[in-house]
Design a protein around this ligand. Structure first.
Ligand code: NI
Length: 170
């Protein structure tokens, strides 16, 4: 297993639209293991393949307190979303240090292939529902800051670019 570098906003590669995974083979299983290790190491609750510069439809999630309930969703598709919405604060491993409110469906149902190649359907509400919607956006090339006002987004972009320059200097 290996830790994978995480792309940070506004890296243009974060706006790539992912293609479906063709098969859950050895390569994909290795990628799943690496993505889980990377997510846990970064203390994240979700990670999309897009964020590690692999543009295939695969996300990993763990919203459990104990960090021992990994959820692997390959080729996820939302089959139902509640009309009821709620606004919650979101953050993202690709936008470190930034948290802001985003409106999402309160509950969703998602069909996907799991890490063993089995088809399954997951019903989610609350934090898990938010996380699934956030990670699936990544697969469409969308970062959560794009829901914020242009003014906020530009401030975040400036801050991220400055942070990157500061890192490169040391
Ligand atoms: Ni994210």
């Amino acid at each position: 297993m290996a830790l994978l570098p995480i792309l940070t906003y506004p890296d243009p590669r974060l706006h790539t639209v992912a293609k479906p995974v063709q098969a859950v083979d050895a390569r994909i299983r290795a990628l799943i293991a690496d993505m889980l290790e990377t997510m846990y190491d970064a203390n994240g609750i979700g990670l999309a393949a897009t964020q590690v510069d692999v543009h295939e439809r695969l996300i990993v999630i763990d919203v459990s307190e104990e960090r021992n309930q990994p959820l692997v969703l390959v080729n996820p598709e939302i089959t139902w979303a509640s009309a009821e919405k709620q606004v919650g604060d979101e953050g993202c491993l690709s936008v470190p240090g930034i948290y802001d409110g985003v409106e999402r469906s309160r509950a969703v149902r998602v069909r996907a292939i799991d890490g063993e190649g089995q088809s399954r359907e997951v019903e989610a509400e609350g934090l898990l529902a938010v996380c699934i919607q956030h990670e699936m956006d990544h697969l469409l090339g969308k970062v959560f800051v794009e829901y914020l006002s242009p003014l906020k987004r530009n401030r975040i972009k400036t801050k991220m670019l400055k942070a990157r320059r500061d890192t490169e200097r040391v």
